[in-house]
Design a protein around this ligand. Structure first.
Ligand code: ATP
Ligand code: MN
Length: 534
């Protein structure tokens, strides 16, 4: 018996305007996509069996080239700012035509039908059309995979069309330069031209869900990871890029719900995605065994270098980018929860990577302080890897995800506030960044210590310990955490120069206060009262 080939009807292709292609690969398996990538000479098979590719000119997202069509749906609902940049509908049509003509002229393209949102009540059907087989493999890894029955009845709600090889004429297309990601809520389409960075597709879908779910379905969207303990207690970890969402949610003792994007409904949380997108820089098997073992056949590795003369990844080499990544389906993590739906969160962690070395490694927040931190969305990263760069770069990103939020941050903050009130959630601030001094003097806190602090909080071991109030930020800092040296809990104690610490703490407090000014009019007096003391 021959195996039936899954195909997409001519009619469907005509609707897409893709009649010219000789070969449209529909719903290819990961194995086929791996082989297609090698056949067109764009990948290397690593020694672990994972496929390695280079994303080209862009190795990260381009927030300045992400546009939202300003039309009757979005004009008065989207919060227009640096991340929600308006573009006229006529340009959407021009770019759409350019992309379709470009893809129509290719000898082969790849089409995939997939879903977002693990909770069937909120499912979004996505059809993704890609110039490259590896972008299609990324979509297979990262979104939810319909079974054959679901495929029979599949009707796409949204389209994502990716043409990394197409360079746009900025003037003709109304864009900033030759690349763009354009979202149209009216045409339910995301166009990506000129960039091969796979994360654009993932964060494009995240962005539209961050509009649809809270605005139309009363579900709170969150830029967080999530896992669940043996007793069924859900924990969520909010944080900006590089703060530890993926790393800290991969915990051998807890089941993984998801590593980056979730919704909070009336009865629990669900993952938007079907996979993980983990960083590879300085990865070690010993410290991050779950992620390490996921780099195998089926996984897609991006922008890494190899040890000379081998196909063995050198995880310490960031010469293409520090943002080296791997995507893999959730079930590559042995303890992933299926389906990825958990109960109402019992603990919320706000992760920050404070390269100033000022914030404590763990603190308990009151509801007001939690709201203040959520609206602030603070992290400070190391400015770069160039020689001589010693000053951390502070970032305040509302709700720990401003680049992906189409609505006003206040809309999301209010939803979170209500949920925290209603469910009496414990909220913790975790500094996964510097200790013993700022970047250049101190060092990043040991991952094993951060893990121990999170475990202690989850196990209820911090509920009755003595705490000290941070003199500037005023949250309660536990004086004892099992498995963690006492002296590192109060950051001031880890600095040799105490005056330098006090000065930096005041400086950081000042940054919080001036950042918050733009929200002052919309924030409650109680939230305002949770501001640090300058
Ligand atoms: P993104 O939103 O970009 O996916 P993320 O929040 O998922 O970012 P991770 O991928 O978890 O961030 O990155 C955290 C990085 O910091 C990892 O490379 C991890 O190895 C490293 N790291 C070092 N020390 C710590 C620590 N104490 N806690 C957490 N992560 C740490
Ligand atoms: Mn992550």
């Amino acid at each position: 018996m021959s195996v039936p080939t899954i195909s997409i009807s001519k009619q469907e292709l005509l609707k897409l305007g893709l009649k010219k292609n000789e070969s449209v690969h529909y719903q290819s398996t990961p194995e086929e996509l791996l082989k297609d990538t090698l056949r067109i000479g764009e990948g290397i098979l690593t020694n672990t069996g994972a496929l390695s590719i280079n994303t080209g000119e862009f190795t990260g997202r381009c927030p300045n080239d992400k546009f939202t069509v300003k039309d009757e749906i979005t004009a008065d609902t989207v919060h227009w700012n640096n991340f929600n940049i308006p573009i006229e509908e006529k340009y959407f049509h021009i770019i759409h035509k350019k992309i379709m003509d470009y893809l129509g002229g290719k000898p082969e393209i790849w089409v995939r039908d997939c879903y977002a949102c693990a909770d069937p009540r909120y499912r979004l059907s996505i059809r993704i059309i890609t110039e490259k087989p590896w972008t299609n493999l990324f979509a297979y890894n990262m979104f939810l995979r319909p079974d054959e029955e679901e495929l029979d009845e599949f009707k796409p709600d949204w389209h994502v069309i990716c043409a990394p090889g197409l360079r746009l004429d900025a003037k003709e297309c109304g864009t900033r330069q030759h690349n763009a990601a354009v979202i149209s809520f009216k045409h339910k389409t995301i166009l990506i031209a000129g960039s091969g960075y796979t994360g654009e597709t993932k964060k494009g879908i995240f962005t539209i869900l961050n509009y649809i779910l809270p605005y139309e379905k009363d579900v709170l969207n969150m830029h967080c990871s999530a896992n669940v303990g043996e007793g069924g207690d859900t924990a969520i970890f909010f944080g900006l890029s590089g703060t530890g969402k993926t790393t800290l949610s991969a915990d051998a003792n807890r089941k993984l719900i998801g590593d980056d994007e979730h919704g909070w409904t009336d009865d629990g949380v669900f993952n938007f995605e079907g996979g993980c997108y983990a960083k590879l820089i300085n990865l070690s098997e010993e410290k991050e065994p779950e992620i390490y073992q996921a780099i195998r056949r089926g996984a897609l590795v991006e922008n890494v270098k190899f040890f000379e003369g081998t196909n063995k990844i050198n995880f310490d080499d960031g010469s293409i980018t520090e943002n080296t990544r791997v995507s893999y389906p959730l079930d590559f993590i042995s303890n992933a929860l299926q389906p990825s739906i958990g109960g109402t969160p019992k603990n919320i962690f706000f992760l920050t990577c404070d390269a100033y070395g000022v914030l404590p490694p763990i603190a308990r927040l009151t509801k007001r302080q939690a709201m203040y931190q959520y609206v602030s969305g603070y992290t400070a990263k190391v400015a770069g890897t160039e020689a001589g760069v010693t000053e951390p770069k502070p970032t305040f990103s509302a709700c720990f995800g401003a680049p992906f939020l189409p609505l006003h941050p206040g809309f999301y903050a209010e939803m979170l506030g209500k949920k925290m009130e209603e469910h009496n959630v414990n909220v913790w601030l975790i500094n996964t960044g510097w200790t013993g001094g700022p970047y250049g003097k101190g060092h990043r806190i040991k991952l094993s210590f951060t893990r121990a602090m999170i475990s202690a909080a989850l196990d209820g071991k911090l509920n009755n310990v003595e705490t000290t109030v941070d003199p500037v930020f005023r949250f309660a800092v536990p004086s004892e955490v099992p498995g963690v040296p006492k002296e590192i809990l109060i950051p001031r104690n880890t600095w040799t120069d105490k005056e330098a610490y006090d000065e930096k703490a005041r400086y950081l407090a000042g940054l919080f206060v001036s950042n918050f000014e733009k929200y002052a009019s919309g924030a409650s007096a109680e939230t305002m009262a949770a501001a640090p003391k300058v």
